[in-house]
Design a protein around this ligand. Sequence first.
Ligand SMILES: Cc1ncc(COP(=O)(O)O)c(C=O)c1O
Length: 450
Amino acid sequence: MKQAYEKPVIVRLEAGYLNKFGSSPMYSRRVRKAIDGVNIESLVERFGSPLFVFSERIMRQKYREVHEAFATRYPHVVQAWSYKTNYLQAVCAVFHDEGALAEVVSEFEYEKARKLGVPGHRIIFNGPYKPLRALRRAVEEGAQIHVDHLDEIHDLEALAKEMDRQIPIGIRLNMDTGIFPQWTRFGLNLESGQAMDAVKRIHSRGYLILKGLHAHIGTFILDPDAYGRATAKMVQFGTEVAERFGYEMEFLDVGGGFPSKNKLKGTYLPPDVAVPPIEAFAEAITDALYAHLPPGVFPRLILETGRALVDEAGFLITTIFAAKRLPDGRRAYVADAGLNDLFTSFWYKFTIEIDREVQGMNEPSMINGPLCMNIDVVDEGTLLPPLKRGTRLVLSPVGAYNVTQWMQFIEYRPAVVLVGEDGSVEVIRERETLSEVEGPERLPERLRLT
Ligand SMILES: Cc1ncc(COP(=O)(O)O)c(C=O)c1O
């Protein structure tokens, strides 16, 4: 085929675009025409742009990979789906169908799980803010409550007194696992003795029964050994608690935090190199369990995996609306999706694919969203060929934390569709409308414009 003529260009060399892997950065590009076999253009024709697309196949595959990694190493493994990562009903339902419990961190999430049909005894209730009303309901419905602080212990003791029964609980621990910054804001601290003091109090009052321990050491953790250290410390604490107070640990919940194949801004290596496989985390955790648990004792090992299950299953299709040349010579594009839809673009540099073959040399290009706001930057600089208005970009992985943290700021939130394992496409959240956005508003009669 005869190639189209391309006029020569001189591109200023910018630090940051050199590439030690050897592929030519000036002509390499990623083209994607379909998601799980469904054509990008047909998706936009049916559901509009921007559009979030989730792959049920990838969600189920990730869930099974995590399960396999742990269950082949330890006999008693339970996964709890972290609602805050993505609490669309359909997404939660897929993971519940795979066998996951619900892990919720607020009254809102608790209500969402119950409305979806998850029974109380299959809900883990975490989080620093559990109003008394929510705690009471969770106790009545048999949820597994993980205490965050001393005031929550007071609240639960008051409830136990009122209900004239003992309440089973877990406590959340925080500790030094070598991760910086250390997450000390949640739970009771191990090294300072705060956690042991709390157990002493729980025991002396007798209203609550300690059944297990919880920790969530951070998110997008790239060091499996941090989990090994956390697990060892939890087991040692559990053993001491059993010896001193007679509480047997029925479960150890190591939280979530396992990374997806995403790229944190500022990291040099690509995710395929930088992100350890889930087996490395399973190995570190189960090695620590076998090293520190008494022989033959296998408390339930609970995982609260969020991003590692759903991030790579989520794609965002966005359309180029305008191309610009900034005064410093940089190429910039206005896309119809921005920070409003992609809260996590603050921290992650997504993979950007183009929906068609494009001629021309790559240049560092900035991608801005539709907001009339300076911070609306999806990518400060990525190598792209010259793109025409109407070109679709596919951004990934975007399945974690965007569809919960997105904001309705001067735009409607886009539709979300699920591609089923059979290639069917279903809307799992409609694009917002003005009446939905304005639904909770009330205009005083006296201010009504006639
Ligand atoms: C208590 C708890 N468990 C699980 C998760 C899920 O974390 P991740 O998405 O990093 O797996 C979170 C997220 O912050 C959390 O706070």
